[in-house]
Design a protein around this ligand. Structure first.
Ligand SMILES: Cc1ncc(COP(=O)(O)O)c(C=O)c1O
Length: 381
């Protein structure tokens, strides 16, 4: 699975063989420490329901100001269980962006509620608060803002709307581990927050996810939901799923977590280099004042995005389009009340965006090649 589409997949000009090694758009950093941690779990015999998941939850809590953390099987499961635990279901409307990975809206539909798609602020790519306020109806039960690409949405404004209308806020922080707005980290603004540890995220457990919440009752409900409704074996208090994280995954996550601050710094530094050297030729990403962006993606805008992607591909530089189509325009959303939904900023972003490599594995030479590749596109016109 990938949460982006390869921007050059449709077009295959010959690559120049004298160009250096391919620069991937994402590269999970998994090393000897992770290998050893997995071997230790395998040798312990407790590959599931051992002590690693609880230790990972405990350590991850440092990232979300000590909130309760419940590790689950994926980011999608984190969203779904968060909504289920909060009692969101049939008859409820949930405000979501359409410029996101489809999991955000899919989770809403999987619990039987109705996603209501709202446009984005073109500078941050995150939910536009005025549009959120305009979309609230008597049936609205929740807002799911996405901290897209590692940039925290305008949570002050969204929080005020939620408070005014008594709405639940579930942050989709799948792409925002360690991001901040003011002095608060992603995952501490809403009633609940969902993180993903998919392979290409800023930190990974292979597959995995986590729900953070300050509400102990919600946390307990999510623990039950992830484990067939059981706290004690064969005592099913509620109907639940199997959405557990394995101890193998949690052991990887503990090592990755220790590297996250350094990796996020590297992402930020690469982004700063790209912006300083490309700002005059493309529309580089903006960072709202007071926010700490963790650049899960470095996403620029260009009105000839597909040809820029081909140009870079031919130079050994991979790119991706996050996202090529609004969620409400996907075949999965063809049947439903979304046909008249018009989101001009979302549609424009889908036409213009292109993500460049920004991952921590990039070298100075890679950055030089990316900059030279983008700058030479203008000359090639
Ligand atoms: C914004 C967003 N939400 C949700 C998800 C779902 O996470 P997962 O792939 O771990 O289920 C992802 C990741 O792919 C994502 O990018």
């Amino acid at each position: 699975m990938t949460s982006g589409s390869s921007a050059a997949s449709k077009v295959l000009p010959a690559r120049d063989p004298t160009i250096g090694a391919r620069i991937p758009v994402a590269r999970p950093l998994i090393g000897e420490e992770e290998r050893q941690a997995v071997v230790r779990v395998l040798e312990s015999g407790h590959v599931v329901q051992g002590d690693q998941v609880a230790a990972f939850e405990h350590e991850f809590a440092d990232l979300v100001d000590g909130r309760e953390c419940v590790a689950v099987a994926s980011g999608t499961a984190a969203l779904q269980l968060g909504l289920l635990a909060a009692g969101i279901g049939p008859g409820d409307e949930v405000i979501v962006p359409s410029f996101t990975f489809a999991a955000t809206a899919n989770a809403v539909r999987l619990v039987g509620a109705l996603p209501v798609f709202v446009d984005i602020d073109p500078s941050s790519f995150c939910l536009e608060p005025a549009a959120v306020a305009a979309a609230v109806t008597p049936s609205t039960a929740a807002i799911v803002p996405v901290h897209l690409f590692g940039h925290v949405a305008d949570m002050d404004a969204i929080g005020r709307i939620a408070q005014r209308h008594h709405l639940l806020v579930l942050e989709d922080a799948a792409q925002a581990h360690g991001a901040r707005r003011g002095d608060r980290p992603a995952g501490t603004f809403g009633d609940l927050a969902a993180f993903s540890f998919y392979a290409t995220k800023n930190m990974t457990t292979g597959e995995g996810g986590l729900v953070a919440t300050a509400d102990k009752a919600l946390a307990r409900q999510i623990r039950l939901l992830r484990n067939q409704g059981m706290e004690r074996r064969y005592e099913h208090e509620i109907v639940g799923l199997n959405a557990r994280m394995t101890d193998l995954a949690a052991a990887i996550g503990r090592v990755q977590l220790s590297h996250l601050p350094g990796w996020n710094d590297a992402r930020r530094s690469h982004a700063a280099t790209l912006t300083a050297r490309l700002d005059d030729v493309v529309q580089t990403p903006t960072v709202a004042p007071g926010t700490t962006h963790v650049f899960h993606q470095y996403t620029l805008r260009h009105d000839d995005r597909d040809r820029l992607a081909q140009h870079l591909w031919a130079r050994g530089i991979d790119t991706a389009v996050h996202y090529p189509r609004p969620v409400h325009r996907m075949p999965a959303y063809a049947v439903g009340p979304w046909q008249d939904t018009d989101l001009p900023q979302t549609q424009r972003a889908c036409r213009e965006v292109l993500s460049l490599p920004v991952h921590p594995g990039l070298t100075d030479d890679d950055l030089d090649r990316i900059v030279a590749g983008v700058r030479s596109f203008g000359d090639a016109q």
